[in-house]
Ligand binder design. Structure first.
Ligand SMILES: C=C(O[C@@H]1C=C(C(=O)O)C=C[C@H]1O)C(=O)O
Length: 193
């Protein structure tokens, strides 16, 4: 399970009561949409477009908004990634990383929960800025810099999904030379229903 045990944590005031319990669920990851579709054909439904968006996801969400887009930081700080995340990033198990969890909201409604794992090596030099994004979207940083290249998109099927919680997700590594960070985006039903 994604860790809530941040050493330092920045929290936002709670949203509406029905939004207070949105959490990032344990997720099974597949190397392609087609592979995930064999297990759950729902990925070929209305969420499909969002699972495949190329370029900045923030930008695509902004286009979908009628009025406004904003990022709400749920927590960020140094914490230990899950074992699976550490393996995926090829960093030592139990090594702390900067972990950022946010809600991406369109027209005031949470559309996406995002969890980003930023290993220590990515925080050096210009990467220092990654600790000070606050409510500015990470995508604006990653896509304004030619340094960062996105790897292939994986498709996620969320486990033990309850009503209103994410059911599908996507994630990818972003590479800068030999450094990489991991961005996961978990779709809330408000995005595509
Ligand atoms: C990676 C991007 O950044 C978005 C913004 C995030 C943030 O601010 O933490 C997290 C995930 C994203 O969807 C993007 O826009 O593509």
């Amino acid at each position: 399970m994604p860790s809530k045990d941040f050493d330092t944590i920045t929290t936002q005031p709670a949203g509406r009561a029905d939004e207070c319990c949105l959490t990032i669920p344990p997720t099974d990851w597949y190397s392609s949409l087609a592979a995930a579709g064999l297990r759950n054909p729902d990925v070929h439904g209305p969420a499909r477009y969002w699972l495949q968006v190329e370029g900045s996801f923030t930008r695509a969400l902004q286009h979908q908004c009628l009025h406004s887009f904003h990022v709400e930081v749920q927590g960020e700080g140094f914490a230990v990634p899950t074992l699976e995340e550490a393996r995926h990033l090829n960093i030592p198990a139990r090594q702390r990383a900067w972990i950022r969890e946010v809600r991406l909201c369109g027209d005031g409604v949470p559309w996406v929960l995002a969890r980003t794992i930023i290993p220590l090596a990515c925080l050096e030099g210009r990467g220092r800025r990654l600790r000070h994004l606050g409510n500015r979207p990470l995508g604006a940083y990653l896509f304004s810099s030619p340094d960062w290249q996105r790897g292939p998109l994986e498709t996620g099927l969320c486990n033990r999904s309850l009503d209103g919680q994410p059911e599908v997700a996507r994630r990818s590594l972003f590479h800068h030379n030999d450094r990489a960070l991991l961005v996961g985006e978990y779709f809330l039903p408000g995005l595509y229903r």
